[in-house]
Design a protein around this ligand. Sequence first.
Ligand code: AMP
Length: 276
Amino acid sequence: MNIFKEIGPLRAYLDNQRSIGLVPTMGALHQGHISLITRAKKENKVTVCSIYVNPAQFNNASDLEKYPRTLDKDLQMLEEAGCDVVFCPSNEEMYKGTARLHFEVGPAGEILEGEFRPGHFSGVALVVSKLFNIVKPQRAYFGLKDFQQFVIITQLVEELNFDVTLVPVPTLREPDGLAMSSRNVRLRPEERRNASQIYQSLLTMRKQLLEGMPFHEIKAMAQIFLQKHEIRLEYVALAYRQPFSILNDQRDVSNSVILLAAFVGEVRLIDNVFVP
Ligand code: AMP
């Protein structure tokens, strides 16, 4: 496995490669990330994993500071997974000072995560654009746990004509249903037990929706259920997947998704389920 901290040598190494799969991550890797690596390995000659905690996509200084960083363990996991190349640049290498460009990501990026994390998708769009220009992958792999992010990156690729195929990868979960996330290591034991109720509530909401219960009632019940498990809901919403938009009239819920963000203790987690 080749490890690069600088853009120049990475570019020289990848020059003339015609089958590159890129897996962008912020490190603190878990099996969810590894499932993206495994998929990329199947479909490309060279799999590149980037590990970079991108300050531009954090709207909260303490979240950025507390974001787990476990580079040695990450490198070991990537080696075992058969990853070919790791790109782990410094802030200086990526931004040479501060990030000046900002992206207007449009209506799909202004709701939900965009509303509660102002500037987040601008930072995501910036770093993903940079990674696409640096690595020039033929395929790039993103998890559906961050569904809205996948929507925004799809728009980015369309609008800027990046010559890359995006590959969505299903959410990998712990045995109790909790979506794997780098932030899960910050949960205290009791919080970790409670956190599994997030996925349970999403499954219940989907069932109730398919039975015809109005979404505002479903939402109210979910809020009470989660509160009982000491989980504070930030948002829960029903949206069309394509075009991504909040669904107010639920007569046709096919091709939709229920998304939520919630705090378990101090840790903010997101998850979603597709409907039907
Ligand atoms: P992150 O390091 O959190 O930025 O995640 C890097 C990539 O891994 C993103 O495309 C995420 O959507 C994806 N990812 C994170 N958690 C999971 C998971 N549990 N299952 C599948 N993909 C995931």
